[in-house]
Design a protein around this ligand. Structure first.
Ligand code: ZN
Length: 495
């Protein structure tokens, strides 16, 4: 038997089961009770908070033969037919995939005839803002004079894209993000029903990452349960298997930046990389977290989805940070991640952002400028020996290293190289890369591969050659940066 997704299986079947939208469900229930339901509704709000679910419950309730107050009975012929998805009088259109006039034309055709089995014909149009202009006009005509038996429910995540002419003909309901507590309780309930063993902290983490969306929360639980089939699911499983970033990592990184502790921050990033974390995802989560810090700083504590403990820590962090520095952090992280996204060394953009953001802050021991000077000194000492070009052998050498260690291989891919006498000279963009190769364990791996490929006894010597682009050159234009920021922020402007 095919496995049913959790969010389908546990989708609410009546109004009282819907979480966090009581302002909507109560009003609809009352309207049904009093027999004054409208012919057109518009549901707006973030994705995955129950808009389509409520639309279906409404479609069921309005057609139920034994309605209890405003709730569908769930057992009459009509309820059963609708719940089984077999009611031809209920028409669902996903405007995200059917944008065109044809679907709306079909809708216009169907609306001419009274329902075949049910009392009401219900048209649910999901992501209605995606319709083309022509389709909107066609829809408008039907909304202007809907037949007695028709009920429209239009749903959208982007209300500002729905024409005013449509809005003015619908009764509008604004769906809210679901509270962390409600999300966690529902997840706990599902886990118990499904016999999924999962720790309380892991539940909190999923709830927090879902940002108020039940569908996301349920599908995260679904994914993690199918990845890990035995033993209790813990926070570390979620980090490892779903690529989510632990709050602790985000918080610690920003705290280290705040105090100018470049070394701690870079070690932290490299540990993450070595433990197999997805750093692109981490950067995304970092920017999202910084956005929350920014919100708390500017707007106060409105609508932030975080556990109480995390919220208190973040509030303190926001208080301690200057607004200008929060903006600088967001800008710098986006700037570097955008400029260096195609490099084979995923931690580099973060490392550069760290160096740039800690420069001149309290506790900084060495700045990038200092590193550069050290590099010059090394280079001068060796200028008298002529280097040997090894471009021909280099790819074989890289392959040999790769067979031993992936992360060393990644570091070697971005350095420049030459053989001088009996030494392989490697030139790295940053001191921390140089130091990682100089680590005895890593150096041994490099030298072993070296001697195997070159068939002679060579030693490794590392240098710093700071010819990476300067921060101000990294972002091509301000506009590009802004576009990237708006992309990550989902086009919202902080007010
Ligand atoms: Zn019924």
């Amino acid at each position: 038997m095919e496995k049913i997704a959790l969010y389908r299986k546990y989708r609410p079947k009546n109004f009282s089961e819907v979480l966090g939208q009581i302002h909507v469900t109560k009003t609809l229930e009352n309207a049904l009770k009093e027999g004054r339901a409208s012919h057109a509704y518009l549901f707006t709000g973030p994705r995955g908070v129950g808009k389509t679910t409520v639309a279906r419950i409404l479609a069921t309730a309005i057609n139920c033969e034994k309605r209890k107050g405003g709730e569908p009975c769930g057992s009459c012929e009509n309820c059963k037919m609708i719940l089984a998805g077999k009611a031809i009088d209920i028409l669902e259109i996903d405007a995200a995939s059917n944008r065109g006039i044809d679907e709306i034309r079909e809708l216009k055709e169907k609306i001419k005839f009274s329902p075949s089995k049910l009392k009401y014909k219900v048209f649910i149009v999901d992501e209605v803002h995606m319709l083309t202009k022509e389709a909107f006009n066609a829809l408008l005509k039907t909304l202007e004079e809907p037949p007695e038996y028709a009920l429209f429910v239009l749903a959208t995540t982007e209300i500002h894209k729905v024409p005013q002419t449509i809005l003015s003909r619908c009764q509008r309901f604004d769906f809210k993000r679901i509270s962390l507590k409600d999300l966690a309780e529902k997840l706990q309930f599902i886990a118990k029903e499904e016999k999924i063993k999962i720790s309380k902290d892991a539940i909190s983490m999923i709830a927090e990452a879902s940002d108020g969306g039940m569908r996301d929360a349920e599908s995260y639980l679904d994914q993690i349960a199918s990845y890990k089939e035995s033993g209790e699911i813990e926070v570390k499983d979620i980090i490892e298997l779903l690529g989510m970033s632990d709050f602790k990592n985000l918080y610690n990184l920003i705290s280290a930046l705040k105090e100018g502790k470049a070394k701690e921050a870079i070690i932290q990033i490299n540990e993450l990389a070595e433990n197999g974390a997805d750093l692109d995802q981490f950067i995304k989560n970092l920017v999202e977290y910084l956005r929350k810090v920014l919100h708390i700083k500017v707007v106060g504590d409105s609508n932030i989805q975080m556990t109480e403990e995390h919220f208190e820590l973040t509030k303190k962090l926001a208080k301690d940070l200057d607004l200008a520095y929060i903006l600088e952090m967001i800008k710098t992280v986006l700037n570097y991640s955008n400029a260096f996204k195609n490099l084979p060394l995923p931690q580099l953009p973060l490392e550069m952002a760290i160096v740039s953001l800690t420069e001149g802050r309290v506790g900084v021991t060495k700045t990038a400028e200092k590193y550069e000077r050290e590099g010059e000194v090394y280079a001068k000492e060796d200028r008298d020996i002529k280097g040997e070009n090894i471009d021909g052998e280099w790819p074989d050498f890289l392959l040999e290293v790769k067979s031993q260690n992936n992360s060393i291989h990644a570091l070697l891919k971005v350095c420049s190289y030459e053989i001088k006498g009996d030494e392989l000279c490697l030139y790295f963009p940053y001191k921390f890369h140089k130091e990682r190769i100089e680590d005895i364990k890593n150096k041994k791996i490099v030298e072993k591969a070296l001697n195997k490929v070159f068939n002679r006894d060579l030693k490794v010597k590392c240098f710093i050659k700071n010819d990476m682009p300067k921060p101000e050159e990294a972002a091509k234009t301000e506009t590009e940066l802004l576009e990237k920021a708006l992309d990550i922020f989902g086009g919202e402007v902080v007010n």
